[in-house]
Write a protein that binds this ligand. Structure first.
Ligand SMILES: *Cc1c(COP(=O)(O)O)cnc(C)c1O
Length: 431
């Protein structure tokens, strides 16, 4: 039996008389012009998602209460991050590579926060030289490394400690980050001790405190639990004369891929800000780091049906996209809605939608009722986050092109990789 899972609400992609559009362009036109597999993003959807957050960051009296730092690991295409920069976003970075991307689009260094459990000395150097707003420290050893690097550069390092609050975000184990068994953040019981240590270090400026408890979280409760635990620490630090200026609550708010019902952005933000006020911390600057909830439903992956392969156990719909373009199903058994971009008269059959890669884990959708024929193009929905950024060249497959649609216009924001590019840097040793 197949469960019927509803399609998510999409603002940038609509079906009109059986034909799917990205804003004002039929997806069939894009597939014909640019080929498949193809990522397509909607600028309107990016803008609407950002604006919903930004509105929620401003209170009824017009006062800004929080700032959005887009977590670019969800989708770091320069056109996407440039769009958020122009809307006023700062960025959350997790590598020197992402820092280079932010600088490449001219982001203000003071709008950048740098997180990640394994920052190298080279990455710390890069961040301090750029002048980022804050480095989010994930271990005591890292704190000391930052101090040493800053000493070498003869500069000061603004830091925040990432607290592991030990709360259960009730999400997939691979995307939960705030439990004490996770590698992320500083163990709750060690945070105060580490701040006391930070005060003693010559090059360290304590500016904030942060946490990030996981991803695809669909209720507000785990956030409130984590917030309370973090505020308990801020209270204790204040008693000891250690002043925290900003509170970074991370990202992780989920989206609807199917039947999920994540909280409304305004209600979610209000719940957090109200709790901060109730506890007497209205003076703290608040940072939110959404990734998925800004881009997830602003993108689709187009893929062409290569073969229909009926079987006794399963029918397979073999398409030209694979785990190499969209890893989430293989990695997390994640569900994505899948629709033919043009309705045909074919009979509806239950298929597993799979790619051509030589792995049984290479599937994109299971038990889907689809009315399709060879050559038809499918749209895999909700592919804007953790889609292209997780793409690989496994099986020597070139990475797909990315298109940004703005109204009637389509822009190639990344060209399809050419086969020669895949081994251009390889060398056969000569005797
Ligand atoms: C991944 C990550 C985010 C964004 O998570 P989403 O689930 O995409 O919102 C925010 N902050 C940090 C530190 C992260 O690692």
């Amino acid at each position: 039996m197949t469960k019927v899972i509803p399609l998510p609400h999409l603002s940038g992609f609509t079906e009109r008389n059986g034909v799917w559009y990205a804003e004002e362009i039929p997806l069939t036109n894009l597939a014909k012009e640019f080929g498949t597999p193809l990522y397509v993003y909607s600028k309107k959807a990016l803008k609407e998602a950002y604006e919903a957050y930004d509105r929620a960051c401003i209170d009824a009296k017009g006062k800004r209460r929080a700032r959005v730092h887009y977590a670019m690991k969800a989708n770091s295409n320069l056109a996407v991050i440039d769009c958020f920069k122009n809307l006023g976003a700062g960025f959350d970075l997790v590598s020197g590579g992402e820092l280079a991307r932010a600088l490449a689009i001219g982001a203000e260094p003071s709008s950048l926060v740098f997180a990640g459990v394994g920052k190298s000395a080279a990455e710390i150097t890069q961040a301090l030289k750029a002048g980022v707003k804050c480095i989010n420290v994930e271990s005591i050893a890292e704190l000391h490394k930052i101090n040493r690097v800053a000493k070498g550069l003869n500069c000061r390092a603004p830091i925040s400690l990432r607290v592991n609050p030990d709360v259960d975000a009730q999400t997939h184990p691979y995307i939960s980050t705030g439990l004490k068994g996770n590698k992320f953040g500083i163990a709750y019981y060690e945070v105060l001790k580490t701040y006391r240590e930070a005060v003693q270090l010559s090059q360290i400026d304590i500016v904030g405190i942060d946490c990030h408890i996981g991803s695809q979280i669909t209720t507000t409760e785990p956030y409130l639990d984590a917030l309370d635990k973090v505020l308990d620490l801020v209270e204790q630090l204040k008693k000891e004369g250690i002043i925290i200026h900003h509170l970074d609550l991370g990202g992780g708010l989920g989206i609807a891929y199917g039947a999920e019902t994540p909280p409304d952005i305004t209600e979610f933000t209000n719940a957090l800000l109200d709790r901060i006020d109730e506890r007497g911390f209205a003076h703290l600057d608040v940072i939110l780091e959404p990734g998925r909830s800004l881009v997830g439903n602003a993108g689709v992956l187009l893929t062409q049906v290569e073969y229909l392969k009926p079987g006794t156990e399963k029918n397979f719909c073999i398409v030209d996209a694979a785990m190499t373009e969209l890893l989430r199903p293989a990695l997390y058994e994640a569900h994505h809605g899948i629709v033919p971009i043009e309705k045909k008269s074919a009979k509806s059959v239950i298929y597993d939608v799979v790619g051509p890669v030589c792995e049984s884990g290479d599937w994109l959708g299971r038990d889907r009722a689809l009315a399709v024929e060879e050559g038809d193009v499918l749209a895999i929905l909700s592919a804007g986050a953790y889609g292209f950024v997780m793409a690989s060249n496994y099986n020597t497959r070139p990475m797909p092109a990315e298109i940004l649609v703005d109204g009637k216009n389509a822009y190639v924001v990344r060209e399809r990789q050419k086969l020669v590019d895949l081994f251009a840097h390889e060398k056969v040793p000569t005797k």
